[in-house]
Structures are given as structure tokens and as C-alpha cells.
Ligand binder design. Structure first.
Ligand code: PHE
Length: 463
């Protein structure tokens, strides 16, 4: 496929928004606040910020430069950058995207449900005696509803990718991301006005190293991959649509900065709400889904000023953030079909989206008691179903190993000249910036990632 028929971002801003949209997602709104909570705040947040800067940023630059250099998607790009065998690493990424999308869609679907529910409560009032735990279990345990929600979300994702890089992905990111930022700012102001905001800020930003456990360091590192969409070729693919005159270094800095900012803002919002209610802090513990889908909806209707307006808006925010991530995941698989299998975009999108949806069905039914699945018993039942199996495998194994190989490809297998010409544009003395990147990508990042992999082998679970 020639460069002219291949998509390109229309502008630097469009690209940065699309890549930021991929990075910002359920990882920021759902996973980060929860793991910050579990790991006692302050010190964990500081370690996370260090991981983002020392490992996330260099790998972000590596992925984007590999993509831009080859103007090919994950498999072709890695082959061209580091040699034919490296296509396997790209293929590993395509499989990771496939699996990740299959279960990510399910949680994205829940945000649609909570949007509809909160709108209903805003209009009709919250019926007395409603238990949010029951509401949650009723929705996640209802097979028909689960299938409908994830089908709806999958169709949305497929529709965006169908229209391609400029008319689909970039356009949606351009419209939705500013809305997402707007909603967050609105919620931040509302949260800062609440009585618990001081306590929340202290919890998040005052490091208490006594409360930091060694496993938290690894968890912070693992999450920096997930949240920046690294380790599976999403950023290689997005990088392949960057024009030659756009700067990889500046774009990487911007994406990483925005993603981090949003994760912190989301955490401040959630904790301000939680700390404002006596006894809530103890209740939140428990489960990952608890915070986003059980505690928050309750609080919107009892504690948050203008909660009946902000509640539905918040779930719109979750849905938009999820969509700009799911479309990047589907693009990884679709662009592989286009570049390596020679399919047209429309056909490639339908085939990839359809195949992934088959696995989404298993993920969607993971929370239900579905006789069909129990009989089939392929992936185990209940909460041990496809959902948890897939999440465990992708977060713990696929992203770190993919990331490790990407650092090796960029740091050791590509020539210095090749990477330097992508990162440094001739007019400026870039040796300092380049030299620093090279040290991080050759030594710091692979050593850190290897540490996660060894920890996983020794039995530490990150999911
Ligand atoms: N970065 C996304 C999030 O934080 C998840 C994601 C991972 C998206 C990998 C694409 C690729 O939710």
C-alpha cells in the first residue's frame, strides 16, 4: 500500500488528540483511582509519576518513531525497524489488542447503562431504598442486557474505524476529547468545593513512604503501560499515520502529560466525593468496579452539588473516554488486516470487529449465570470466565512482554542513525534529548520491565 492511499492525520493537533484519546480511558477513570486507593495514595502516586516519566515516556517515543519511520502498522513496522523475526512481536501486539478489546467493551457498555439509569433518576428521582449494589448486580447479571450493551458499544467502535483515520478516528477525537476535558473541569470545581476535598488532596499528594509496599512499585509500573496504551502496537499504529514534519518528541510529551493530568484529576474528583461522606471510605474498599459503578452513582444523588446533572454527564465522560480507546484497539487489528492481509478498510473493519465481538460475548456473559456457557464451559464460569482470564493474561503478560521487546527493538536493534533521524530534526542540537532517550530505552526501561515480568513469574498478580 502506498503512502498516498494510506491515511494520515490532518494536523499535529488532530494526531495528539487521537493518541491522547487512546491513552485516556477506563485505565484513568476506573483503574487508576482504585489502585491509588489500594496502595495508600501519596507515595504510590509519586512512584507512578516516576514510572511514567522514566519508562512510559521513552517507550511512547519509541513506538511512535517506529510507526512513523515505516508508515506501517504494528507487524510491518517492527519487521522493517528491527528485522523479519520482529514481525512476531507485532503479531503479539495485534493479539493483545484483540483480547483487550474483547473485554474492555463490556465495561464500556456499563457506562451506557449507568448513563441511562442516572438520566432516569435525575428526571424521576431516586426511588427510596435503592441499593446500588443490587442495581449493579442486576445489570451485570442480566445476560440479555449485557449482550445488548456490549453489542451497542462494539457497533459504535466499528462505525468510527470504518470511516478511517481522518474521517473516523481523528474526527471523533477532535469532537469528543474537548467535551471530555470540559466535563472533567466542571466536575473538578464541584469536587473541590466539597468538604472532603482537602483530605482527598492530602491522601493523593502527600507521600507517606511508610505505607508503600514493594508490590506497589511494580503495580505502578504495570499500570503505566496500560494507561499509555503501550506494549501492543497501538502507538506504533497511530505513529504510522504521522507526517514527516510532525515532531515525535513534542507529541509524546503532550500525550503523556495529558494522560497523567486526567488520571490525577479523576482521582481528585472521586476521592473528594468519597471523603465527603462519613463511613464511605470503609465501604469503597472491596472491588474494582465498586468505586465507579456502586459508590459514585449513590453519591451523585445524595452528596454531590448538582449531582443529578453531573451524574449523567460523568457517565457520558466514561463512555467517550472508553470509545476513543476502543477505536484505537480496533484500529490495531484492522490496520494489520489492511497492511498485511491486503483487505480494504471496510471489509477489514467488519471482519476484525466481528471476530472480536465473538469473544466479547464470552466477556459479557462472564458476570452472569448463563447455562449456555456453563454447558460449554470453555473459559470457566462466573467471575473466572473470559473476562478475568483475559484481563489477567493481557495486563500481566502481554503488555509487559510486548513492551520489553519494543524497548529492545528501538534501543538495540535499530541503528542509532535511524532512531536519531526520527527524534531529532536536523536544525536543532538534539543530542542531549536524544542521548537521554537512548539511555532510558536501552537500559532503564528494559530493566524495569524485566522486573515486572519476573515479579509476575514469581506470582504477583496485577489485575
Ligand atoms: N490506555 C487505555 C486506558 O487507559 C487502555 C488501552 C490500552 C487502550 C492499550 C489501547 C491500547 O484505558
Amino acid at each position: 500500500m502506498t503512502e498516498t492511499t494510506r491515511g494520515n492525520w490532518t494536523s499535529n493537533a488532530g494526531f495528539v488528540l487521537a493518541a491522547t484519546g487512546s491513552a485516556i480511558g477506563l485505565g484513568n477513570l476506573w483503574k487508576f483511582p482504585f489502585i491509588t486507593w489500594e496502595n495508600n495514595g501519596g507515595a504510590f502516586v509519586l512512584v507512578y509519576l516516576i514510572c511514567i516519566a522514566a519508562v512510559g515516556l521513552p517507550i511512547m517515543m519509541a513506538e511512535l518513531l517506529i510507526g512513523r519511520r515505516s508508515q506501517k502498522s504494528a507487524v510491518g513496522a517492527l519487521k522493517e525497524a528491527a528485522g523479519p523475526l520482529w514481525g512476531i512481536v507485532g503479531g503479539w501486539g495485534v493479539i493483545a489488542a484483540f483480547i483487550l478489546l474483547s473485554y474492555y467493551t463490556v465495561i464500556a457498555g456499563w457506562s451506557l447503562y449507568y448513563f441511562a439509569k442516572t438520566v432516569g433518576w435525575s428526571i424521576g428521582g431516586l426511588p427510596g431504598g435503592t441499593s446500588m449494589g443490587d442495581v449493579f448486580n442486576a445489570q451485570s447479571g442480566n445476560p440479555g442486557l449485557q449482550l445488548a450493551l456490549s453489542l451497542g458499544f462494539s457497533i459504535g467502535t466499528i462505525a468510527v474505524v470504518y470511516f478511517g483515520v481522518q474521517r473516523g478516528i481523528e474526527r471523533i477525537a477532535r469532537i469528543f476529547l474537548p467535551i471530555l476535558f470540559g466535563i472533567l473541569v466542571l466536575m473538578l470545581f464541584s469536587a473541590l468545593g466539597m468538604s472532603g476535598s482537602g483530605e482527598a488532596l492530602t491522601f493523593i499528594f502527600r507521600p507517606n513512604f511508610g505505607a508503600l509496599e514493594p508490590k506497589s512499585i511494580l503495580e505502578a509500573l504495570g499500570h503505566s503501560f496500560f494507561t499509555l496504551s503501550l506494549g501492543m502496537g497501538a502507538m506504533i499504529t497511530y505513529g504510522s499515520y504521522i507526517a514527516r514534519n510532525q515532531s515525535v518528541v513534542k507529541a509524546s510529551g503532550m500525550i503523556v502529560l495529558l494522560d497523567t493530568l486526567i488520571a490525577l484529576v479523576a482521582t481528585v474528583i472521586m476521592f473528594s466525593v468519597i471523603f465527603s461522606v462519613a463511613g464511605m471510605a470503609d465501604e469503597v474498599g472491596g472491588s474494582t468496579v465498586g468505586m465507579l459503578f456502586i459508590s459514585l452513582p449513590q453519591l451523585f444523588f445524595s452528596e454531590v452539588p448538582f449531582g443529578s446533572l453531573l451524574g449523567p454527564l460523568f457517565y457520558v465522560l466514561v463512555a467517550l473516554a472508553a470509545l476513543t480507546s476502543t477505536m484505537s484497539l480496533l484500529e490495531v487489528v484492522t490496520s494489520y488486516m489492511i497492511d498485511e492481509r491486503g483487505l480494504g478498510r471496510h471489509k477489514a473493519t467488519f471482519i476484525s470487529g466481528g471476530a472480536i465481538f465473538v469473544f466479547t460475548i464470552f466477556a459479557a456473559l462472564s458476570f452472569t449465570d448463563t447455562p449456555f456457557l456453563s454447558t460449554l464451559n470453555i473459559f470457566g464460569e462466573g467471575k473466572d470466565g473470559w473476562f478475568s482470564t483475559a484481563d489477567h493474561f493481557v495486563s500481566n503478560w502481554m503488555l509487559p512482554t510486548g513492551g520489553l521487546f519494543i524497548t529492545l527493538a528501538a534501543g538495540w536493534f535499530m541503528t542509532r542513525k535511524a532512531t536519531e533521524s526520527e527524534l531529532v530534526d536536523g536544525t536543532q542540537p538534539g543530542w542531549f534529548r536524544y542521548g537521554a532517550w537512548r539511555v532510558f530505552i536501552r537500559f532503564v526501561a528494559p530493566a524495569a520491565v524485566l522486573a515486572i515480568i519476573i515479579a509476575v513469574i514469581l506470582g504477583r498478580d496485577f489485575s
